[in-house]
Design a protein around this ligand. Structure first.
Ligand SMILES: [Zn+2]
Length: 638
């Protein structure tokens, strides 16, 4: 998904009608919501001993009222002997009746957002059966909304659902997990005559009842619980048929009435992105059913399977939600810790539309990449892999989106275009992952196989490890000897050294060439024979690597600093910690400006307060009897 618009970070104009907004999350959570959220999160991934085959979800919805009447029948196969069936279901919904094998069940317990139904005769393992729950109530809106009753113009009412990550149980009894997809779902919604219900899959039929329509939606593709959704309002429906590789794809646009501007954006933008992703990552995963957009009252979008809900029709948002149909819907993250497999890819595919000039002008590629890097740099102490999945804030943020995308960009640099895209296609088509779930190790395995490169260290540093490196490249040239030293500091001590080959561009009056240096430790030195005079050196000119860097020429260097001194955190706001090798004895410490002027001097201490400095770049000079150890460091803004 793409999240609530609170602060617009950048706006790109590409085609005259296509505007992309990159947004960040700033939804506030009350303590109570957080508690409820944590409780729900804990109940996820508990083995219920049932494998869902099919849900029949029958709902009565009037967009004017925040209220639901429902009948959900879950068809399942037992994976073990079963005497008690458990479903996720909010305490705010009231159960009217429960049926098992067409018999009314009186013995059920509805508490802690769970329904426990004691079966009047136990089922043995590998048995097919079903349970029906009839219910009603006023659903809570948690997370990103779950179940929202709203109006899009202060007049026309709308109800929409957005269940990611833990909200499905707010409006229907379900198995909300990331290991079992329903093989098929019927979503049957009865609403007043002037309202249209849009949902996953194909609209099989519309029955007209007395004063109501009944919309019968059906999907035959496996679907994760959080991707099942509907929206109801007075939509106008526009349909088209796209030709994709000689296959027909139905495209549906569920638009607010008279919204021709957004309809045109939706119509003009979707097919070029579809064709592009299809060419890079394989056939659109739900080609037998449809792709669609439905307008809803949310600041971003949500990639419900076969039908993205759209808060606007910017090109970036359309690309992002469409990309999720491959990354998120066909292959779904196998835990919320692995959410970057959804969001990092969706963000990266949007970057690719800039790089390849698909509707977005390639001119804006650099700006979009810069945005990805800058937002990643704003989290120096956190990882792409989310150890804390307790709130939407800890999940849907710059780490899973932008830093996830930056990690994919580095994997592409490490493995090369051909192996990277082949490995990603293999990941999408792996029969154990396709239309199922994947974890970070699955992506690693496929990229290792396609590239022949061992990626343990990469994933340990850049995905599971926290922060990013800051490099300092020191160089000097004497005749035909070019000496380069590469130092590295880490923003977070969880990573000792980020391993990464670095592209370096050498420029002079008669030379402009690129080399790749692969430092093994901070302070690693390289001597290069070169006959031309070098005027300047560029560190990673195409910005493959998520790192800050400085290039300094002609500085006197001490050899092998890192073996003797470790400095962290860097960048820092408040203090620098210094760890010395046993044989180093520092007497005096100087803080120096970037021009080399001494700002202050003090006796050695292992913790140096830098909070009084203005934000910016500085040097710290550690003076021993034998040598001066000079390091750059960055004082962050408060
Ligand atoms: Zn997304």
């Amino acid at each position: 998904m793409k999240i609530l618009t609170c602060i617009s970070l950048l706006i790109f104009l590409s085609t005259p009608l296509v505007k992309s907004q990159e947004t960040i999350l700033c939804k506030q959570f009350t303590t109570e919501t957080k508690k409820a959220f944590t409780a729900k999160q804990k109940s996820i991934n508990i083995d219920r001993k049932i494998d869902i085959n099919y849900y029949r979800i029958e709902l009565h919805i009037d967009a004017k009222y925040k209220y639901i009447e429902g009948k959900v029948t879950a068809y399942f196969k037992t994976t073990d002997s079963l005497n008690k069936a458990i479903f996720d279901m909010s305490n705010h919904l009231q159960i009217d009746s429960v049926f098992f094998q067409n018999r009314f069940q009186t013995s059920f317990l509805h508490t802690n957002n769970l329904v426990e139904i004691k079966l009047d005769h136990p089922l043995s393992s590998n048995t097919y059966d079903s349970i029906q729950i009839v219910y009603s109530g006023i659903p809570l809106s948690t997370g990103f909304g779950s179940f929202v009753q709203d109006s899009y113009n202060e007049q026309d009412s709308i109800i929409w659902t957005l269940s990611q990550p833990y909200g499905a149980m707010e409006w229907w009894p379900c198995q909300n997990n990331l290991y079992d997809k329903a093989d098929s779902v019927d979503l049957i919604i009865t609403s007043p005559l002037n309202q249209i219900a849009a949902a996953n899959g194909l609209l099989k039929k519309i029955d007209t009842l007395n004063n109501e329509h009944r919309f019968h939606w059906k999907t035959n593709y496996p679907i994760a619980t959080y991707l099942i959704a509907f929206t109801v309002t007075n939509y106008e429906l526009f349909e088209e048929n796209y030709q994709l590789n000689n296959q027909n794809l139905l495209m549906q646009h569920f638009m607010y009435p008279d919204d021709s501007i957004n309809l045109n954006r939706s119509k003009n933008t979707t097919l070029p992105f579809l064709a592009f992703f299809d060419s890079l990552f394989g056939e659109y995963p739900f080609i037998q059913e449809k792709y669609g957009h439905a307008s809803f009252t949310f600041g971003g979008g949500m990639e419900h399977q076969t039908l993205s809900f759209m808060g606007n029709y910017g090109g970036g948002l359309i690309a992002h939600e469409l990309a999720h149909q491959w990354f998120g819907n066909k292959v779904t993250c196998g835990s919320w810790q692995d959410l970057w497999l959804n969001e990092g890819f969706a963000t990266y595919l949007t970057l690719l539309t800039y790089e390849f000039g698909i509707l977005h002008h390639p001119f804006y590629y650099d700006a979009y990449l810069k945005h990805i890097r800058q937002t990643s740099f704003s989290h120096p102490f956190q990882s792409v892999y989310r150890y804390d999945t307790s709130t939407v804030d800890t999940l849907f943020n710059h780490l899973t989106y932008q830093k996830g995308a930056a990690s994919l960009h580095m994997l592409r640099w490490l493995t090369g275009d051909s192996a990277f895209f082949q490995g990603v296609r293999n990941y999408l088509n792996d029969s154990s992952l396709a239309y199922g779930f994947a974890k970070t190790v699955d992506l690693q395995r496929h990229l290792e196989k396609s590239s022949g490169i061992q990626l343990d260290e990469f994933f340990k540093d850049w995905v599971y490890g926290k922060g990013f490196p800051t490099y300092t490249l020191l160089w000097s040239q004497t005749n035909n000897q070019l000496e380069i030293e590469i130092q590295q500091n880490q923003s977070d001590p969880s990573v000792y050294f980020f391993n990464m080959p670095i592209p370096i561009q050498l420029k002079g009056a008669n030379i402009d060439t690129s080399i790749i240096l692969n430092p093994r430790f901070s302070g690693d030195q390289f001597n290069i024979n070169i006959n031309e005079a070098i005027d300047s050196i560029l560190f990673d000119p195409k910005k493959w690597i998520l790192a800050k860097s400085d290039v300094i020429s002609g500085l006197k260097k001490e050899t092998n600093h890192e073996a003797k001194v470790i400095l962290y955190p860097n960048p820092t706001k408040y203090q620098l910690n210094i760890e010395l090798n046993y044989d180093v004895k520092i007497k005096t410490i100087q803080l120096m400006s970037i021009n080399g002027n001494v700002i202050s001097e003090q006796n050695y201490q292992s913790i140096i307060d830098v909070s009084h400095l203005n934000s910016g770049k500085y040097f710290i000079n550690l003076i021993s009897k034998e040598a001066n150890y000079i390091y750059p460091f960055v004082r962050l803004k408060d």
